[in-house]
Design a protein around this ligand. Structure first.
Ligand code: TRP
Length: 450
């Protein structure tokens, strides 16, 4: 059995967790949701969700992980021996596996678009809807790029907690923040960008419906990597002196800033080009943006080249740091439960996950007709994971920390054995017991009825 490592530094712990949180959810899903839900009013509600529900739930996952220093399944088994709570751990590992299998597909697309943009292929005047459809329905190419992305993820995981996850996060996260800075400046300097700013900053509360609020809660969970034990696993590598409350606030802040800045990159650019739809859905970054890059930079092709190259690099880095967290939560379990080496555990996870990934990828082409409940394989995986297991997992985590765990243990863990002050503990406890579980249940029911 290999010895269990911790993250070597506090900043490493923060950056790795922030890496998990900052992902396709921020750069791809968040702008899509903002576009679909009317702009600034959605962002306003989203911020409330992060502060009131997201941060307390993240603290709960952190305390479960750090207290047990074990993979997610063992963590629940240790805290509640012989009880059914361990099902939450099992669901967490299972669903991380499931999400990873389709996450790598979109990540593979990102890799392809990065290569295309570096090769100057996104600078021609083409029908990018057609380009996108041709690519995703091709039986080989997306599988290949997905596999290449899985290879990258595997490489980092196989190197271990400190020299793989921590080191790569310390490198990739600052780079990611730097790229975002450049892109925001580029985007603002486009003529007509102020329209996009208005869309992001001026809330129109008449657009506020229940479904908007519920989308905001769902987006907050996905974006913060909550409810699936990903952050539990990372927290199991936190040191005894890591401040859980501060780390949760830091990680949530980075994640939210990145999401909003992504909006600031995308919308001014999109609005600067007339006739392009803001509610373009998932195709926003793969179809709309290449169009925007071309039209907006038609007089400055070099700037367009730089902008699109940096944009897809940003998306790739964000995807990679999240994929390693999904991979790690499965690998940590395999490694500790079956007493195999990290390399073997990681290889088993990579290969089996890739097999599922191939199915997901092909569901955009040759397997497109294979459907269940009207969804293809990709959609089915995404639906099962994010619409069913994720909310249930969130509720269970709240009930577990709020009602099952001893209050003393919770308070002790959050204050590092009483050495730190946590003035808002009672508020935290109230939220975890009463507010968060009901809020998540509301989202869940609404999603099921929708
Ligand atoms: N939070 C990541 C994103 O924004 C995705 C992610 C990673 C995730 N790990 C997770 C989502 C665990 C839910 C649960 O893209």
């Amino acid at each position: 059995m290999e010895t269990r490592h911790n993250f070597g530094s506090k900043i490493g712990a923060v950056l790795a967790s922030a890496g998990s949180a900052v992902g396709l959810g921020n750069v791809w899903r968040f702008p899509t949701e903002v576009g679909n839900n009317g702009g600034a009013a959605f962002i306003f509600i989203y911020l409330i969700c992060i502060a009131v529900i997201g941060i307390p739930v993240m603290m709960s996952e952190f305390l479960i992980g750090r207290n047990t220093h074990a993979n997610t399944i063992s963590a629940f088994a240790k805290l509640a021996p012989g009880k059914w709570w361990r099902i939450e751990g099992v669901a967490g590992v299972f669903v991380a596996f499931l999400i990873l299998s389709y996450y790598i597909v979109i990540s593979g697309w990102t890799l392809f678009y990065l290569i295309e943009s570096l090769g100057g292929q996104l600078q021609a005047d083409k029908d990018y809807g057609l380009v996108f459809n041709d690519f995703v329905s091709n039986p080989w190419l997306p599988v290949l790029t997905g596999a290449a992305f899985m290879g990258l993820t595997h490489f980092i995981i196989a190197r271990g907690v400190q020299s793989g996850i921590e080191k790569s996060s310390k490198l990739m996260m600052p780079l990611l923040l730097f790229i975002i800075g450049i892109l925001v400046v580029c985007s603002f300097s486009m003529p007509g960008s102020s329209e996009g700013l208005r869309f992001l900053l001026k809330p129109d509360f008449s657009k506020l419906k229940a479904s908007v609020i519920l989308s905001a809660v769902g987006q907050a969970f996905f974006s913060l990597s909550l409810a699936m034990g990903c952050l539990c696993t990372y927290a199991s590598y936190f040191r005894a002196d890591t401040k859980l409350t501060k780390t949760a606030v830091g990680v949530s802040t980075i994640d939210t800033v990145v999401a909003i800045l992504s909006g600031f990159i995308i919308f001014p650019a999109v609005f600067s080009v007339n006739g392009v739809n803001v509610d373009a859905g998932p195709g926003l970054v793969f179809i709309t943006l290449p169009n925007v890059f071309n039209i907006a930079f038609s007089h400055l092709p070099l700037l367009g080249y730089v902008f699109s190259g940096f944009f897809y690099l940003l998306l790739l880095l964000a995807a990679l740091t999240s994929a390693i967290s999904l991979h790690e939560s499965v690998t940590a379990y395999v490694l500790e439960a079956f007493h195999v080496s990290r390399r073997k555990a990681a290889a088993a996870v990579s290969v089996s996950c890739m097999a599922l990934g191939v199915l997901c990828s092909l569901s955009f082409g040759v397997l497109g007709d294979l459907t269940l409940f009207g969804m293809n394989i990709f959609e089915l995986f995404d639906y099962t994971a994010s619409k069913i297991i994720l909310p249930i997992g969130g509720i269970i985590i709240c009930l577990f920390t709020g009602w099952y765990l001893d209050r003393k243990l919770v308070e002790n863990e959050l204050t590092n054995g009483g050495t730190l002050r946590f003035r808002l503990f009672r508020l935290y406890y109230f939220i975890i017991r009463y507010v968060a579980p009901f809020a998540i249940a509301a989202v869940f029911v609404q999603e099921l009825l929708a």
